[in-house]
Design a protein around this ligand. Structure first.
Ligand code: C5P
Ligand code: MG
Length: 262
């Protein structure tokens, strides 16, 4: 099976020198939120994102601060009474972009009937819309994320369930991924992420025997390289493509094809 983070792992970090939006930042669209809210969300990003990626701070130190960030942003979004029926248009008009080679990646996993678990601390409704609009929301795709809760008129009133942030994916994996029948009996895992927190995404999947981890190092390269090389099996620096995961999948699945032919 493949377990992958979404923002800045399946989506690009930057394109033509400009940052590509995360699922939270796609919501920064006038159709959905007003200027004042947009300003507040950007201020929170400028305060907390540097903490999220700071190689000098421990995860324990970051944990409460991440909860603060996510909670404040979700509160602001709820106050805006976001309408479900406008999400698709906001995604369409955003600069959201999956990594080059994404189609080969999603399509090959579908052809080979390999489950793909996307585990994201972003916004699930927006994530789904991004992959739907790119025509890769295939039946083998399973998602764990923060989903919006809309009232009967389709207005955002809360977020569902337990909050998922960058550094509590282990808890989410244990409570959600472990219950997914489709992930059972698959001992070989390919894990993709861009944060050290993503390394815990397979913790809820019992029985795994072999795990190959790939880390996309997008930002603060010099400061984090040593830590990433120590933590992931493969580290891709400033690589906006799916070339390496695709090459690994090609290698594995072509040997499966050979076995089936034999
Ligand atoms: O899909 P993934 O787990 O990567 O989604 C979380 C990412 O979204 C975080 O790495 C964080 O930088 C970003 N984020 C954001 N705005 C927020 C909260 C998180 O851009 N309000
Ligand atoms: Mg990410």
């Amino acid at each position: 099976m493949v377990i992958s983070d979404f923002d800045m792992t399946l989506t690009r970090f930057a394109h033509n020198g400009k940052r590509v939006p995360t699922t939270h930042n796609i919501l920064d669209h006038r159709l959905l939120i007003d200027e004042d809210c947009s300003k507040k969300i950007r201020e929170l990003l400028n305060t907390y994102y540097p903490i999220e990626i700071d190689a000098g701070r421990t995860v324990e130190d970051k944990l409460p601060l991440m909860v603060e960030w996510w909670t404040q942003v979700h509160e602001l979004l709820i106050q805006q009474r976001i309408r479900k029926d406008l999400l698709a248009q906001a995604v369409k008009e955003s600069s959201a972009m999956l990594r080059e080679g994404y189609k080969v990646f999603f399509d090959r996993l579908t052809e080979q009937q390999v489950p793909l678990l996307i585990f994201s601390a972003g916004v699930g409704d927006v994530l789904e819309e991004v992959i739907r609009q790119n025509n890769v929301f295939h039946p083998n795709v399973h998602i764990i994320s923060n989903y919006m809760d809309f009232d009967q008129t389709g207005v955002l009133r809360a977020f569902q369930g337990q909050l998922n942030h960058t550094f509590n994916k282990r808890e989410g994996a244990l409570s959600h991924a472990s219950g997914l029948r489709v992930l059972q009996g698959r001992p070989n895992v390919l894990l993709l992420g861009d944060s050290l927190g993503d390394l815990t995404m397979a913790d809820g999947v019992s029985e795994h025997q072999n795990i190959l981890t790939i880390g996309f190092l997008n930002d603060q390269m010099d400061e984090r390289k040593e830590l990433y090389v120590k933590s992931f099996d493969v580290v891709l620096v400033k690589d906006e493509t799916m070339e390496v995961p695709n090459a690994i999948l090609k290698y594995i699945t072509s040997s499966t094809d050979n076995k089936l032919d034999a």
